[in-house]
Design a protein. Structure first.
Length: 271
């Protein structure tokens, strides 16, 4: 449902009614973000309002510079909003939280640390006990097929494998929300497709709330329950589109005529 700039994402069919009644896990209202550039003011986000239900997979698409990444960084607590409201489970977002895991366009792995130690980096950031998380880190690497590379270094991995390490790092502290900022955009098409399928598999098993930024409409349609379409700067949330494709989604989805119709429908919103 779209009401001006206000978009509400309601609970999906089959969601636990108790969870749905607890309210949205992410709630944003009239959010604005400005940057001061000398005597000028750059408006990155203008009056964005958005509610995301627990377990929802939503993608954000829009032209370059429209504020998609800025919105993600505000939700992550990495940058402060200029005005408006941004809440995580009814608590105002004031900084990074263990409830949120984030993944960037590049893996951002430390080259002098083994893959296992890169996965364990959040333990140090949040002041946790390494011994409480080391088994989980190993299990996550096994989950994404990197068990044999646990004690290797990032330089010994391909780009796609490095992004799988980054996925493990994001999941280590079992966050409720996963924020993903064009995580597969720098990869070749085959590797990107493989990691999209891996992400779908992990999401299907764990049902985390995911906010995913991408320029690739086909990718957004494959992954998402709904897609938020943003305008050129100043960034506004113009419309949200329900993706009417059955789950679970597989490689077969990519050749389904219904998939192509959904892609064309979203693409048509950009004129």
């Amino acid at each position: 449902m779209v009401l001006g700039n206000h978009v509400r994402l309601v609970a999906r069919t089959g969601e636990d009614p108790a969870e749905a009644s607890a309210g949205p896990i992410i709630e944003i209202a009239n959010l604005c973000k400005d940057y001061k550039l000398g005597d000028e003011t750059l408006i990155a986000l203008e009056n964005v309002s958005l509610s995301v239900a627990r377990g929802e997979f939503i993608s954000l698409v829009g032209p370059s510079g429209c504020g998609k990444s800025t919105l993600l960084n505000v939700i992550a607590g990495l940058i402060a909003k200029s005005s408006g409201m941004a809440r995580l489970e009814a608590t105002e977002i004031a900084g990074p939280s263990r409830q949120i895991g984030m993944m960037f366009q590049t893996p951002v792995l430390l080259p002098w640390r083994t893959n296992l130690d890169n996965v364990l980096l959040p333990v140090e950031v949040f002041g946790l006990k390494r011994r409480d998380y080391i088994d989980r880190a190993r299990l996550l690497l096994d989950l994404v097929g990197l068990g044999p590379f646990t004690n290797r270094y990032p330089s010994e991995l391909s780009g796609g494998m490095q992004q799988r390490v980054a996925i493990c790092r994001m999941l280590l502290c079992d966050p409720d929300v996963l924020l993903m900022d064009e995580p597969f955009s720098a990869l070749d098409e085959m590797t990107r497709e493989f990691l999209n399928m891996e992400l779908l598999r992990i999401w299907q098993e764990r049902r985390k709330t995911v906010v995913f930024v991408t320029h690739n409409i086909g990718e957004a349609v494959l992954l998402s329950d709904r897609i938020g379409v943003m305008s050129a700067r100043p960034g506004r949330l113009l419309q949200v589109v329900d993706i009417d494709l059955p789950r679970p989604r597989t490689k077969a989805t990519l050749v389904d005529p219904q998939y192509f119709r959904q892609v064309a429908r979203v693409r048509g919103l950009f004129g």
